[in-house]
Design a protein around this ligand. Sequence first.
Ligand code: UDX
Ligand code: UDX
Length: 437
Amino acid sequence: MQIKNICCIGAGYVGGPTMAVIALKCPHINVTVVDANPDKIKAWNGPLDKLPIYEPGLAEVVGEARGRNLFFSDDIPNNIEKAEMIFMAVNTPTKTEGEGAGMAADLRYVETCARDIAKYSKSDKIVIEKSTLPVRTAEKIKEILEENSTDIHFEILSNPEFLAEGTAIQDLFKSDRVLIGGDETQSGQKAVQALVDIYSNWIPKEKILTTNVWSSELAKLASNAMLAQRISSINSLSALCEKTGANIDELSKAIGMDHRIGPHFLKASVGFGGSCFQKDILNLVYLCKHYGLDEVAEYWHQVVKINDYQKDRFAQKIIDHFGGDLKNKKILILGWAFKANTNDIRESPAIDVSKKLYKNGANLEIYDPIVEQNKIYKVLKSWEKFKNDIIIKQNQSSEIEFYDAIVLLTEWEVFKSYNYQSNIIFDGRYFLRKIYE
Ligand code: UDX
Ligand code: UDX
């Protein structure tokens, strides 16, 4: 099947960069990204230095392809109708109410997407799950599509995204693998091939892995769970290091030099953040419970519990340092993003740590070099008993005046060059260890 028009629903951290790269690498295909939020579309069409997402290299890619074969639009019906292939890249947060609250993925946006696709389609479509979804969601999407339209054939593929924020463009250029799950029927395999053909424009064939839909859906959850598990493992050992006098960086290096283990994702930290790890593991836990696999569920749940423990333990260490009372203690929080090189703050450990310090009476000032001040303020405002008494700094000079403590929560490169003088530093990213010790 020759694909000429692609539509992607969801212009977020996944949809935006992924479609920009597909458009760049496939100049013969028109790629249109639509979103229910017209302000977001306006920003995607606006100045390149003010795109809604901060991601190194993204502005250059958008600058080259936008207006040529990459478009951002709020006209959802027409773009659905026009496309032969539709990506669903809407968000799938953890459910906050109803069955599975706090665990299961909230599929309401995916379902809205499916209903829209059914409503506006006038010809056969390949529908692709880009969002991370629980296993067997494709079945549900198919049901919605078929209930809401007649005489149109929909082929559902799973094509999970493995990009990490901060390196999204490089990850998309040079993916370790591209995973495509499809039905084993003839039409399913034809659809798989159509998507393989698109990625083959820049990804070597041996890195494109095709599987059945369920393996593909589950592989995404399992990959994130395994990555997060390594972080929780090393973080759990950091607690033991602090008791015994072992050094967690030395331990991590020694463990990672075993080629069977490898050095990646073994950096101890204040805990992992981001929109994926916690959500996907909870989702996995929920799935296991659903299938009666309580031991398996408990095993993976522990990864999230250790992460919560690590964030709490880190904040407690600061409180204990000051004898259990932070009243009149002036503390500078450095970093609000969940990791460096992104303006994404979802599940950022900086939020949990700051909240606990604030609750214990600290006098906080916050600085992040990229995260917008209004985004930080929105979080603070949601805190119970927030008295509007936290300063969100617009700038931070490299000469840091006296604070009772500096708390480093994002590994922004610029923080390394600061002159910390006589400040006490709590380094949640272990990257200033020399100064710290
Ligand atoms: C993605 C995935 O889709 C999620 O499953 C994965 O686990 C993490 O990454 P992400 O791109 O990070 O989500 O989410 P976000 O940046 O919030 O973007 C989603 C976009 O979809 C938003 O711009 C939102 O406005 C849009 N949206 C949402 C719609 O256009 N329609 C809807 O019905 C819901
Ligand atoms: C993750 C997966 O890496 C990616 O494949 C998937 O598509 C989405 O989820 P992301 O959350 O964007 O990507 O970033 P990642 O680099 O994985 O970092 C997640 C969190 O783990 C960050 O808070 C980071 O600081 C932390 N981390 C990472 C550690 O604490 N230690 C490490 O060694 C690595």
